[in-house]
Design a protein around this ligand. Structure first.
Ligand code: GLY
Length: 573
């Protein structure tokens, strides 16, 4: 563990800045300065743009495109940069989904969701009396699924133009030479200090002697070495050789069960996207093992029969309708959705007109509905997935959501390899009817089995208007992801909002169980009153999601917006 006094930090930063002047982190003439950067919330760009959770990652993605890469190159480089500059959710120890539309119209749905290790079993988080042990599925080694992100990056590579070595170099530079952390990261590292100490037997880069302060630089040498092995050996630099050895050794030092075969056998998979029309727009989203695409399909189709635009934004009428479709869609999530390789998800039925009309038969427009009478789950605050939206000058659209699940995943860093492992096993239904950390209930469809991928809510989404690229959108937020994307789409299509307004206006969330509507702090007061009079239980909470959106304006410019709830930032040219 490195210890620095304030003076030595200043000297170190000065030295790093000098050496960085010699080694550009992106390439000739396209420099990203990790010591001086700003959060940029909005921009209109003529050619290409990126919106992501951290300014440096967005800048890396844009610079890669300026250097000749396309949106897929930017997707790879931005994810790798996020793994360094946004350790709370950016990752190589987690997994995700990439949804893209190539300029020739071809769609790509790439699933690199984590998978349960071969030694996993359905009751692995229960004690001998059948009681759930949530600490085991949420913290430490046993909480981790087999990481999928690196396999996903290499499965994306055939669609990219630049060599992988070029795409990973900015991340290596950021890890090796460091970057100045943001004020929010200072608070976050300080708040997580005890968790990091508790869940790690090796020193970790996020813990230093004393507190972190604004202006401090984070250097991650072990992570840089891992990234270099991936640069030199490809996916084998992660799933085999030294990195795999370090992961397995880390597992053995705790109570983990991921072994070398699990790592060697992991593959990314292609999934056919969910597609449907909504008020003349074509919506494309992610299929199982994400629940997101089906849920937004159900919700949008259920509200399509109503003139939502005339109800008014966040009026009691529009919110009540949207809450009721959220309730119905999330009830289906709990019962019917899981990894399609292990469970037959009735996608066609769930999204059919007949079924959705039937679902709305008991809808009453002035009264709260009622979810089944099951114990409410507690909602965990941390929903640290992350999203990247990208469009390039050729017309490629790329929407990527990746995750470690909770903030900093299971909080365990692989000793000597410098990256955090996920706690994605908690996204399985560890016991039917018992809520997970997001309060989500599940059943047989999402029970744990070796090699199975846990049900996700990640909803990377694309919208075409008149068959042409229109919107790229997505967000983190655990189970709130589909409702955030749903509301973002309705705000753009029904309420004609700009991309920035569509993602930043106050949001609400209902997920069937617990039977309550979560609302953000600045939610409209009069609507709140009216909803309570109808019988809704409203619970105020912190920000819902951190959505990144790009929308093409009528003059062809890419209106690019980053969520105001975090350090999210845009870059483009
Ligand atoms: N870990 C959040 C999700 O996949 O939905």
């Amino acid at each position: 563990m490195k210890m620095f006094s304030t003076l030595s930090i200043c000297i170190l930063v000065a030295q790093l800045q000098t050496s960085l002047a010699q080694v550009s982190i992106v390439g000739a003439g396209k420099k990203v300065d990790p010591y001086h950067y700003e959060v940029v919330k909005n921009g209109q760009f003529r050619r290409a743009s990126v919106s992501s959770a951290h300014p440096l990652a967005s800048m890396v993605g844009a610079a890669i495109m300026e250097q000749g890469g396309n949106a897929f190159d930017a997707g790879i480089a931005t994810q790798l940069a996020l793994a360094v500059v946004y350790p709370g959710a950016g990752n190589i120890g987690g997994g995700g989904f990439l949804l893209a539309r190539q300029s020739n119209g071809e769609l790509i749905g790439l699933d690199y969701r984590e998978a349960a290790p071969s030694k996993a079993n359905r009751d692995m988080y229960l004690d001998k009396n059948g009681t759930v042990l949530p600490a085991l599925s949420q913290f430490g080694h046993l909480a981790s699924g087999i990481p999928g992100t690196v396999a996903g990056l290499f499965a994306t590579l055939p669609y990219a133009k630049l060599p992988f070595k070029t795409l990973i170099q900015p991340a290596i530079d950021l890890a090796e030479k460091g970057f100045v952390i943001t004020e929010k990261q200072v608070s976050s590292f300080n708040a997580e200090r005890e968790n990091f100490i508790k869940n790690n037997s090796h020193p970790v880069a996020f813990v230093k002697e004393g507190k972190w302060h604004v202006g401090d630089t984070l250097v991650q040498k072990d992570l840089a070495a891992t990234l270099k092995r991936i640069q030199n050996e490809g996916a084998k630099g992660f799933y085999g050789g030294e990195t795999a050895k370090l992961i397995v050794a880390e597992m053995q030092s705790g109570n983990g069960i991921i072994n070398e075969e699990d790592l060697m056998n992991y593959t990314a998979k292609l999934r056919n996207p969910i597609e449907f029309d909504y008020r003349g727009n074509h919506i494309i989203s992610f299929a199982p093992p994400s629940s997101g695409g089906i849920i937004i399909n159900q919700m949008l189709k259920m509200i399509e029969k109503y003139p939502v635009g005339t109800f008014g934004f966040q009026s009691a009428k529009s919110v009540q309708l949207m809450v009721e479709v959220e309730r119905r869609a999330y009830a289906d999530r709990a019962e019917h959705m899981g990894d399609p390789d292990f469970w037959k998800v009735p996608v066609k039925t769930l999204t059919s007109d007949k079924y959705l009309t039937e679902r709305m038969k008991d809808y009453t427009s002035d009264k709260a509905g009622n979810s089944a009478n099951i114990n409410a789950g507690t909602i965990h605050e941390s929903e640290e997935t992350t999203h990247i939206s990208i469009m390039d000058a050729q017309g490629n659209m790329v929407s990527i959501t990746t995750t470690l699940n909770g903030g900093y995943g299971c909080k365990t860093v692989v000793g000597g390899a410098g990256f955090l492992l996920n706690n994605e096993m908690d996204d399985f239904s560890v016991k039917p009817g018992v809520p997970n950390m997001y309060g989500a209930i599940g059943g047989e469809a999402n029970a744990i089995a070796p090699g199975k991928r846990m049900l996700s809510s990640m909803t990377p989404t694309l919208i075409l208007k008149n068959k042409k690229p229109y919107v790229v959108i997505g967000t983190p937020g655990g189970t709130t992801i589909p409702t955030s994307v749903f509301q973002g789409i309705v705000n753009i299509i029904d309420f004609n909002m700009s991309a920035a307004d569509a993602i930043n206006k106050p949001k609400f969330h209902h997920q069937w169980l617990p039977d309550m509507v979560m609302i953000e702090k600045d939610f409209d007061a009069s609507t709140k009153k009216q909803l309570m009079a109808m019988g809704y239980k409203l619970v105020e909470r912190d920000g819902i999601g951190r959505t990144e959106a790009i929308r093409i304006l009528s003059d062809g410019k890419k209106e690019t917006a980053a969520d105001v709830r975090g350090d999210d930032s845009v870059a483009g040219f």
